[in-house]
Ligand binder design. Sequence first.
Ligand SMILES: Cc1cc2nc3c(=O)[nH]c(=O)nc-3n(C[C@H](O)[C@H](O)[C@H](O)COP(=O)(O)O)c2cc1C
Length: 197
Amino acid sequence: MPTLPTNLLDQLQTALQNAIDHELPEPNTMTVASCGSDGRLSARTVLIKHIDEQGVVFYTNLNSNKGRQLQQNPRIAACILWRELQQQILLEGVVTAVSDADADAYFATRPRISQLGAWASQQSSTLGSRAELEQALQHYTEKFAGVEVPRPQHWSGFCIQPDMIEFWQGREFRLHDRSRWELDADSGTWQSRLLYP
Ligand SMILES: Cc1cc2nc3c(=O)[nH]c(=O)nc-3n(C[C@H](O)[C@H](O)[C@H](O)COP(=O)(O)O)c2cc1C
């Protein structure tokens, strides 16, 4: 997948920075939808942790429902909503795995309790009781006492490499602006067009 052209990357980064500057609650949340080999769609919220010319990165448990689906089928759709700014950004594309080095570097910045939580949580598996989770957390707290918590192999990031990006700006009387960019697979170039609201 070609890297994002500078103008699109700038537009994405500027929009996120603008949402942060407006001190919106959780400005880096996005909804991501994935679909495993059984054809069943699922969507959930994750946090954008990084945007660069490769795409948009979020971190998760690779054994979770989304983790398994994305390993079966790398196609993903994402929706970022900044309601207060009347802005929405849609992304479609494929995910690639974040490198171990990048995942290690990000994991090391997380609060220790979150690092331990990544070990304790078998995300998306059945949990018998809250006590079971607390026991697992206690187990890993003792296991890693006095040492740095290493990143579990099952915890890493996905980078969404978009082939479609749509910028939506709300306007009066529902005459919104929609500007859609699509990657032409043959030429590797991005084309833009406006869409009716
Ligand atoms: C505001 C918010 C941020 C979240 N951020 C993440 C995240 O970055 N990574 C993650 O794995 N789950 C995150 N979650 C939890 C997911 O929405 C979801 O419950 C979890 O990842 C399991 O999803 P799955 O069973 O579809 O794999 C977040 C939830 C909320 C409400």
